[in-house]
Design a binder for this molecule. Structure first.
Ligand code: PLP
Length: 361
């Protein structure tokens, strides 16, 4: 919660707990750019091992590790294939173009999920007119796709297809551990056929910052150089790596609670007249729902909810996204649903549209 608000705008709202801060305070540190921070080194080795890859490199943010991943696989003039809702293409300021000279080809997946029929025929022919298609970017769980988990067979099919066509696969795993908990599969199994994976510690895992890019030794050696270029080479970063280590120990299993609370919230709001939500589609901690425009706009609903102590962002004229995380208890999730019922009951169409533009993804 931020202040006394129930903050369901994003799982980035999570704050480091006292126990996490204590772990940070105790961290042994050194100059990470010289490879001398023992806590960062231990975290990188541990995450590489956990995902079943050769190596890993710590980064500031999920955006940074995604963009490092793009640059590892591509050079200026190349192209990557991605679902049209993908974070890498939509919410990283055009990073592939801005930082690496790479074009994103946006494809019409389903709930943010790509499958081979959508990818087929999208590889550019070997001809001077075209970009060189180099990379497929996947997202698991999907964000704007609805917090959905990639069916394992689909992910493997896409990887096999990509590799058969000499393409690499990068997985944006900002919420990978949500996929782990929702699917019951190990993270190693999920990532088995992927080339590089980025994971994020500042979302549901509750850290103040931090991400890791994982891949082969050669890819990660290259990524380290790119990290410096992108301004992300760090010094005594063990302070934040210690938070990430703490999160791996303590904050993964509890993601189940976030998923249960998201379902609870969705099931409650679907009973409200004028609110449309596919509660069965809620697989993890994200709940997208729509408001009947005759009642008012999503922004108006969002503004009224703030008066009730609940922060939920609109993501479109009719659409809102609510997110559960470690600072949203079961009671808070129920209270937030109740607040929506109250606002709908009271009417909100005449509310002055509040500042409920995009917050954090
Ligand atoms: C949050 C998020 C990221 C990383 O964003 P940062 O703002 O850099 O933390 C990357 N991909 C997805 C799908 C995300 O939701």
């Amino acid at each position: 919660m931020s202040g006394s608000f129930i903050d369901m705008r994003s799982d980035t709202a999570t704050r480091p707990s006292t126990a996490m801060r204590n772990a940070m305070a105790q961290a042994e540190v050194g100059d990470d750019m010289n490879g001398e921070d023992p806590t960062v080194n231990r975290l990188e080795a541990r995450v590489a091992e956990l995902l079943g890859k050769e190596a890993a490199v710590f980064a500031c943010s999920g955006t940074q590790s995604n963009q490092m991943g793009v640059r590892v696989h591509c050079q200026p003039g190349d192209e990557l294939l991605i679902d049209h809702t993908g974070h890498i293409a939509n919410y990283e300021q055009g990073g592939p173009a801005a930082l690496s000279g790479v074009t994103c080809r946006l494809l019409p997946g389903t709930n943010g999920i790509l499958d081979v029929p959508v990818l087929e025929d999208r590889i550019q022919p070997d001809n001077q007119h075209y970009c060189i298609t180099r990379l497929v970017c996947l997202e698991n769980t999907t964000n704007v796709g609805g917090g959905r988990v990639y069916p394992q067979e689909t992910m493997e099919r896409v990887c096999d297809w990509a590799h058969d066509h000499k393409l690499k696969v990068h997985l944006d795993g900002a919420r990978l551990f949500n996929a782990v908990m929702a699917s019951g599969r190990t993270v190693r199994e999920i990532c088995a056929k992927i080339d590089t994976v980025s994971i994020c510690f500042s979302k549901g895992l509750g850290c103040p910052m931090g991400s890791v890019l994982v891949g082969s030794q050669a890819e990660i050696t290259k990524a380290r150089r790119i990290r410096k270029l992108f301004g992300g080479a760090l010094r005594q970063a063990g302070i934040v790596a210690a938070a990430a280590e703490y999160a791996l120990e303590h904050n993964i299993d509890r993601l189940q609670d976030d998923h249960a609370n998201a379902r609870l919230f969705a099931n409650r709001i679907r009973e409200i007249e004028g609110i449309v939500v596919d509660a069965d589609a809620v697989e993890t901690n994200l709940v997208f729902f729509e408001v009947d425009p005759r009642l008012g706009s999503a922004a108006q609903l969002s503004a009224r909810l703030i008066e009730k102590g609940v922060k939920i962002n609109s993501t479109g004229k009719k659409r809102l996204r609510a997110c559960t995380h470690l600072d949203v208890s079961r009671e808070s999730a129920l209270r937030a649903a109740e607040a929506i019922a109250e606002v709908v009951e009271e009417g909100f169409g005449s509310a002055i549209p509040g500042k409920s533009g995009p917050y954090s993804r």
